[in-house]
Design a protein around this ligand. Structure first.
Ligand code: NAD
Length: 414
């Protein structure tokens, strides 16, 4: 299979969008590189008393539309190029949903599986000490990402407040509810994805009667539970995780499967379905396929075997560029990650609004506001697809790039 440097992919995408939008050279040159990058060393004391010097990154890719927004990853294979690509995609994602935010991302090269809770806390605090001057509620607002979570955000917020000597809960989002987090954040990504499925089904005349979830983790489980609630019906016929898969053409009870996964840690041995080969479930016939695991799950080797009518990308980057072309040629509708997984950043933005106003919303208000934002984003992408006659991923990118380019122009940057 072709291997990718994510930032090269991201740059190729921008050049393609820039050509269609007929952007001038200075605008294109500005958009194909990060506005600001910060790489630093972080001494972290381990429980043994030894000091490990870790490397951290924070990138503000483009802030023409507002302060940078994006997660912080703790990962042993983190690279500056991955962070560049992810901060770039965050820029377009925020713009597609018309949020007044730019794109950012950060990371630390470390292996959280080899660190104790106390060591993880020290990594989180050391990271904030390193970036405290670089971030801010009106500059750059981080959030969790791979191997970081609301607890990491709580430590980071506390360290930041210690440095600036005042409360500043809006400095990070996806915090625990007790310290400035929002209602509706836990299922925001999945809820946003299922809402885009609802809109797509109405638009393309699809009945979402059957669906498959590839990657039965946080995002996948919540999508399985919300599919019926939001769409008024629909049978889960197959699901997979990293080790196994289950299949039942008569339907699997999503709640039972969530309980089984929680109690046993796996899908194996679930009574309500038969075992299936993990990757084969991607190729089953269904109305909707939710890829919710890792990158490149749908690629040049299996794309021509996909038989779902609609693919809703809850995961980041689950479809390779080659696979995209194949799905488009086969008439399969893809809801690209820039749109379908934007629910998380949309509700993070609502968290920022609540933190700055000190007024906290009821859950149904968050759900309604998310529905409105992502529904509008879906229709902007459909409009772009119609006007430019391109596949949905490029259509979404064009919406995002055009909005950021316009903001750069209005500011007189280009
Ligand atoms: P998670 O770790 O909770 O779940 C991932 C699941 O995928 C796990 O159950 C894992 O076993 C499974 N998996 C791994 N490899 C697999 C494979 N080859 N085949 C089938 N299943 C496999 O992670 P998550 O938070 O649910 O995130 C999943 C994806 O959604 C990621 O791409 C993430 O970037 C994206 N996403 C998540 C959120 C969020 O709010 N959780 C927001 C935006 C995007």
């Amino acid at each position: 299979m072709t291997s990718y440097n994510s930032f090269e992919t991201a740059r190729r995408q921008i050049l393609e969008a820039a050509e269609i939008l007929k952007l001038d050279k200075s605008t294109t040159d500005l958009l194909i590189q990060p506005q600001r990058e910060y790489t630093f060393t972080m001494p972290v004391m381990l429980d043994s008393g030894a000091i490990e010097i870790m490397t951290g990154f924070r990138i503000q890719y483009n802030t023409a539309r507002g302060p940078a927004k994006g997660g912080i990853r703790f990962h042993p294979e983190e690279t500056i190029d991955t962070i560049r690509a992810l901060s770039c995609w965050m820029t377009w994602k925020a713009a597609v949903s018309d949020l007044p935010l730019g794109g950012g991302k950060g990371g630390v090269i470390c292996n959280p599986k080899h660190l104790s809770v106390k060591e993880l806390e020290r990594v989180a605090r050391a990271y904030i000490r390193a970036v405290a001057d670089f971030i801010g509620t009106e500059k750059d607002i981080p959030a969790p990402d791979v191997y970081t979570n609301p607890q990491t955000m709580a430590w980071m917020m506390d360290e930041y407040e210690t440095i600036v000597r005042k409360h500043s809960s809006g400095i990070l989002t996806d915090k625990p509810m007790q310290i400035g987090g929002t209602e509706g954040r836990r299922d925001a990504t999945s809820r946003g994805g299922v809402i885009t499925v609802r809109e797509a089904c109405r638009h393309y005349g699809i009945k979402p009667d059957t669906f498959i979830v590839q990657g039965f983790g946080n995002a996948g489980q919540r999508a399985a539970l919300l599919h019926k609630e939001i769409l008024g019906g629909g049978k889960l016929i197959a699901a997979s995780d990293s080790k196994s898969a289950v299949y039942n053409p008569n339907g699997i009870d999503p709640m039972e499967l969530v309980r089984h996964k929680l109690t046993t840690g796996s899908l194996k041995g679930f009574k309500g379905a038969e075992e299936a080969e993990r990757d084969s479930i991607l190729e089953l016939e269904a109305d909707v396929l939710y890829p919710a695991a890792l990158e490149n799950a749908i690629n040049e080797t299996n794309a021509h075997k996909i038989r779902s009518k609609l693919v809703c990308e809850l995961a980041n980057g689950p479809t390779t560029p080659e696979a995209d072309e194949i799905l488009f040629a086969n008439g399969i509708h893809v809801l690209p990650d820039l749109l379908a997984s934007a629910g998380g950043v949309i509700v993070s933005y609502f968290e920022m609004v609540q933190d700055s106003s000190f007024i906290f919303w009821e859950e149904d208000i968050v759900h309604k506001a998310l529905d409105k934002k992502i529904t509008k984003a879906f229709h902007s992408v459909v409009q772009s697809q119609k006007e430019k006659r391109v596949h949905p991923r490029l259509a979404a990118l064009i919406v995002g790039v055009a909005r950021v380019a316009e903001a750069c122009k209005l500011r007189g940057w280009v």
